[in-house]
Every structure is written in C-alpha cells, then in structure tokens.
Design a protein around this ligand. Structure first.
Ligand code: FE2
Length: 373
C-alpha cells in the first residue's frame, strides 16, 4: 500500500464521518452499508466528497490511482465508484470502460466527476458507460440524490443476482434427490462447455451451457419421487408429468433476465433430431444448438456413470450407444462425432472423477471464473 494511501486511511480514521475501511479489510468488516470507492488523485476532492456523504452510513474506500482502484475492486464488494475524469496513468472514461468491460464489475455504477466544463468531456464520459456525470463545483444535495439513485439501482441488481443463486441452489437440491447421479450437473457443465469451446462458440453461449448444466432439469422440482424414481415402465399419465419438467423448468427460470440464453436448453434438451422428442417435436436444426449440445453431454454422462439398472459404461461403449441412437435418427450426427472425438482424450479423466473430487471443483471454478470475466 502506498504511503499516500496510508495517509488517506489514517485521515479517514480520524474523521467522524462515514465508516472508513482499511484497504486490507474484509467485506465482513463493512457490515450491510453500501461501499463507495472514491478514485481521485486530489486529496481535497476526496475530503469534499466524504464530507458530502457524511450524513449517510456508507463504507468509504479511497485511492489515488486507477491501478489501485482495480486492486480494490478485485478484493472488496464495491457498490458504487466515484472517479475523477483526470487521473494519473488513465483517464476517467478509459477507467470506466475497463470496469464496464469486465463481467465481474460491469454492474457497479460509476459516477464521473470533472472540472472540465466542455460538452466533449461530458460526451466522452457518457460514451464510456458512466452511469452519472457531474461537473464541479459539486452541489452536495445533487451529489447525494444521484448517489442514492445509483445505489437503489445497484441494490435491485444485487437482489436479482441473489434470485439466480437461489435458483442454482434449487437445481442442486433437485439433483441431490437422486443419490445415484452424483455430480451429474457439474460434469454436464464441464462437458457442455468443452463441446461449446470445440465448436468455437462465444463466451456468452459457453456461459449458457455452463448454467444449463445445472439448471436443465430444475423443472423436476415438482415431480413426485414415486414417478421420478419409479422402477419399471411409467404409465402414460406419469410420462405426461415427466415430460412437463422441460416446460415447468422454463417457467421457473423465465423471470430471470440473465437466464434468457439458458431457456432454450431447459425447454428443448429432450427434443430428437428426427422430431420424435418433446415437448415441441422440433426436428434437425430447429432444435436450438445449445440444447443439442447439452443433450449429448447429458446422455454421455448417464452412460458413463453407474445407475441402479446399469454399470458405468466405458468411453468406447458409451460412444457406441450414442452412435446407435444417431443411426436411429435421434441425435445430431455432427455433434455426436465431434463429442466422441474430444471426449476420447479430454473428458476421460473428468468422467472417472469420484463424486466430490477436488479436481472437478477446481476445473469448474476455473471455468466459471473464465466465463464470467
Ligand atoms: Fe431432463
């Protein structure tokens, strides 16, 4: 930490204003108050801003340089950034572009402030993705109002994130009802992304495959155990109920805007290439590509893991079964061939990972970090 920063923190500690947070503090230290990061090389400006925010219980972190700001954003949960347009090493608009260009920080609102009173600067600020732009001298009441508005919006975004987390927990609880499937969702996420990468799909599509691995069967939450785990043939009524998990799953996830790319996977992962699948009887390329990919991964995992009615098949045996299904017209021939090729080498180890294996956890964590960058 720079001497300058330490001085600023010491100064904050002496002030009786908003909660001051040391840069190496943990988020737990911050309580429930929103955390604001002030990035400004001028100490006077930072003090003025802190004085304006004194009446509210914000956690304030300050720094003088964009490089320090990136470090803080990496280590702390920040709810709002106030940055000056003129900063050392990087302009405010460029700083803004970097923050808004990262999936991890893109939803953090940024308020840019400047003493440059020209429309070009303002346009550059807005163009960089800044959420608000204020020209000095700052009016305390206006600053407080804008900050309250930005924080309200951030709180709403956070609550949507929480809703997504709850959906993932729900999906995992569905999986855990079946003690024989082990880490089925995790393996599906791995295989799905692996195939998506081999096809050169965008990171957005790969992220949808990752999430689809966990969420594709979330609609099974409403299916009774007596049907879900029934040994022997299902009656026609029971089949009707079972098939509904695709539509029900789509309904559960539809309210989450961020899950929109995952909905086709949830709805269409039981369609068949020749149109004999469900729920819509789609055929060929009418079936969304991401759903076809996840379906291949789903079948391969079911074949290569032990179930009460069958042992775990070898990679070779699983590919033979999938090729047979392809000949019957059920699967996308190109995807089956490509998947067989990439799993022959890469997925072999992942397929044999024991349940709860730290290796799989690490692979998934690394994959998720890469996809949500
Ligand atoms: Fe399913």
């Amino acid at each position: 930490m720079s001497v300058q920063n330490q001085a600023a923190i010491d100064l904050l500690a002496m002030e009786s204003g908003p909660t001051a947070i040391a840069l190496d503090a943990t988020y737990e230290d911050c309580g429930e108050s929103p955390n604001i990061l002030i990035v400004d090389p001028a100490e006077l400006n930072r003090r003025l801003l802190k004085a304006m925010l004194k009446t509210a219980s914000y956690g304030i972190i300050e720094c003088t340089h964009p490089a320090e700001a990136f470090e803080i954003l990496e280590r702390h949960k920040i709810d709002l950034v106030i940055a000056d347009v003129l900063m050392p090493g990087m302009s405010g608009p460029d700083f803004c572009r970097v923050v808004k260009g990262s999936r991890k920080t893109q939803l953090i609102p940024i308020l840019l402030v400047t003493s440059l009173q020209d429309s070009e600067t303002e346009l550059a600020g807005i163009d960089s993705g800044a959420d608000e732009f204020l020209v000095k001298p700052l009016k305390p009441a206006l600053v407080r109002t804008r900050i309250r508005g930005l924080l309200r919006h951030k709180a709403l975004t956070d609550s949507l994130d929480e809703a997504e987390t709850i959906l993932f927990a729900l999906a995992q609880s569905v999986e855990q009802r079946d003690k024989h499937t082990g880490k089925h969702c995790e393996r599906l996420a791995l295989y799905g992304v692996m195939l998506g990468k081999a096809l050169g799909l965008s990171r957005k599509d790969q992220l949808a495959l990752y999430r689809g691995g966990f969420l594709h069967d979330i609609g099974k939450v409403g299916i009774p155990d007596a049907i879900l785990f029934k040994r022997g043939r299902l009656t026609e009524d029971e089949w009707q109920t079972m098939r509904m998990h695709t539509i029900r799953g789509e309904e559960i996830c539809r309210p989450m805007k961020t899950l929109a790319p995952v909905l086709p996977i949830i709805r269409s992962h039981h369609e068949r290439w020749n149109g004999s699948g469900y729920p819509d009887g789609l055929r060929g390329e009418e079936i969304p590509l991401l759903a076809r990919i996840l379906q291949i991964a789903d079948i391969y995992d079911a074949l290569t893991t032990a179930r009460p009615y069958k042992p775990a098949y070898s990679h070779r045996h699983a590919v033979e079964v999938m090729s047979e299904e392809m000949r019957r017209g059920w699967r996308d021939p190109e995807l089956v061939a490509l998947f067989a090729e990439i799993t022959r080498t890469e997925a072999k180890n992942a397929a044999t990972l024991p349940s709860g294996d730290a290796g799989m956890r690490q692979s998934l964590d690394a994959m998720r970090l890469e996809l949500v960058k």
